[in-house]
Design a protein around this ligand. Structure first.
Ligand code: ADP
Ligand code: LRH
Length: 489
């Protein structure tokens, strides 16, 4: 039995949780301590996260862990990527953190293209073009606030700083700023210059798997906290999810399925070819100097937003049940279109898209869910084929992890459409990866290989074999339809 407990703080865009992990009889055992909602709200036209709420929830969860008898622990924090907090020279937050879905960066990629070609940015950073990358957010930042800023801290780094007083820029998440030069393994001075930010405004670039500092219990007298050491894990949730994915050998891809669907491979060498740029693949930095070569697909955000808008409050399993009842593949929708990034009303946006493209308009919860899941499964299948083409590596199996891996119907559909074996689980791969990094950092586990073997020992993976269906026709129809829609635009 371990004398120290490991606690993962994993905060996704839709929810956060504290999960305790222990190794017992050669197996990783996990226990949920607490769970809380997350999301951004609109205030005077800007979308903000409530980071004070997140910090409070972390402290409440740690207090609960202590009340359950866990008095000594290490803690790792991961969250979604790209967003940041501006911290003044007095160490205080200068304002709420703006959400990456805020409209302020809608045109910024095009604006910056006047100063530097996209190809150059891509060759330097290897990072995909998303309007919300930190580089574009900082470009649009309030210049006065930026001048007053001592440190720009990404969300998990900020939370770690609040708990310990130690500021770092953890590099898996740091790479999503699109400000790191992948060849020099450091901030790119030219890119920083273009957005008017000084390198000294970022904290020291730090590898995951290092100790950040002790939890300053006396800063939070209103909480009864355990003794805790905060570990810098792979603080980008997707990086942690990939650490927690039990792939073995070569030829496997992962789909980290949560608010976003992140589909890709783990590799050692970045790919910045023309095709990789055209298809918008990214080379995010992973733990142990690996690269996450992956694509962002709009993901469960779509169904989360449909759920928010519909008057009846469906659960996610109910959406799946409703989707099963209607006949599939009625609409071809390019859900990666930016119009789905943050529409006011997702239901109307999907319906409007179908009207504009002369397709059957989905009305019921089942029709909407079916339309979303079918098109996501097609996008996954296309991405797997693209990955093979771009990297030249054969991919014969897909590991689906994250909350979305609980959707068995979609797992089967993904197997059928991609013609590949699908393995589902763990549903909490991000928390698993977070715990594993703490265990490696403190010497409890040797390395990534041993860590993944532990996951395989501990978790029952569900396997889905592809049924023989006419996948080529379905996928081809989708590609043709999307191409003609893009051409008509
Ligand atoms: P994030 O970390 O981005 O907040 P999660 O990994 O927690 O996201 O995944 C949440 C998503 O998982 C939900 O939006 C939902 O679509 C999906 N999900 C979770 N459980 C189920 C389930 N039982 N059936 C279908 N979908 C599910
Ligand atoms: C998933 C995620 C993803 C990023 C997005 C901003 O939660 O971190 O990897 O692209 O959020």
């Amino acid at each position: 039995v371990d004398s120290v407990s490991y606690i993962a703080v994993d905060i996704g865009a839709s929810s956060g949780r504290l999960i305790l992990g222990e190794i017992n009889n050669g197996k990783l055992e996990m226990q949920e301590i607490s769970r809380f909602a997350n999301g951004f709200t609109n205030q005077n036209g800007t979308s903000f996260w409530d980071v004070d709420h997140l910090l409070n929830q972390i402290l409440l969860g740690l207090q609960k862990a202590k009340s359950m008898g866990y008095e000594h622990c290490t803690v790792g924090i991961d969250t979604w990527a790209v967003d940041y907090v501006l911290v003044g020279s007095n160490g205080k937050r200068l304002r709420e953190a703006v959400s990456y879905r805020d409209a302020r960066t809608k045109q910024t990629i095009q604006k910056m293209e006047k100063f530097i070609p996209k190809k150059t940015i891509y060759e330097k950073t290897g990072i995909q073009f998303q309007p919300f990358n930190t580089i574009y957010q900082l470009y649009e930042e309030d210049k006065k606030l930026l001048d007053e800023t001592d440190k720009i801290l990404l969300i998990p780094d900020y939370l770690g700083y609040c708990l310990t007083g130690v500021a770092v820029t953890e590099e898996t998440n740091g790479s999503t700023t699109q400000l790191l030069n992948i060849h020099k393994h450091d901030f790119d001075e030219e890119l920083l210059g273009l957005i008017g930010v000084k390198k000294s405004q970022f904290a020291k670039l730090t590898e995951p798997g290092t100790i950040l500092g002790l939890l300053k219990k006396d800063w939070f007298p209103e909480f009864d906290l355990p003794d805790a050491e905060i570990v810098t894990v792979a603080t980008h949730d997707t990086a942690s999810a990939v650490v927690g994915t039990p792939g073995e050998g070569e030829n496997w891809a992962y789909l980290s399925s949560g608010t976003w669907s992140l589909l890709g491979i783990e590799t050692d060498i970045p790919v910045v070819s023309r095709q990789a740029l055209e298809e918008n693949y990214t080379n995010e930095w992973g733990a142990f100097k690996t690269i996450r070569f992956l694509k962002n697909i709009m993901g469960m955000w779509l169904i989360q937003e449909v759920r928010r808008i519909l008057p009846k409050n469906y659960t996610f399993p109910e959406f799946v049940e409703e989707a099963k009842k209607v006949s599939g593949f009625k609409q071809v929708v390019n859900f990666n279109d930016e119009r789905f990034l943050n529409p006011e009303n997702m239901v109307e946006e999907i319906q409007q898209y179908c009207r504009e493209t002369n397709q059957v308009v989905p009305e019921s919860a089942g029709e909407l869910a079916n339309c979303i899941y079918n098109n996501l499964a097609i996008l996954y299948s296309i991405a797997l084929d693209e990955l093979e083409q771009i990297t030249g590596n054969k991919i014969d199996r897909l590991h689906i992890v994250g909350g979305g891996s609980n959707n068995e119907w979609l797992n089967q559909l993904t197997a059928d459409l991609s013609g590949r074996n699908v393995y589902a689980g763990p549903g909490e791969a991000t928390a698993v990866g977070n715990l594993l990094m703490q265990m490696i950092a403190t010497g409890r586990l040797k390395d990534l290989k041993e860590a993944r073997a532990l996951v395989r020992e501990s978790i029952d993976l569900k396997m889905y074999r592809p049924k023989v269906i006419d996948r080529k026709t379905i996928v081809l129809k989708y590609k043709k339809a999307v191409n003609s829609m893009m051409a008509a635009k």
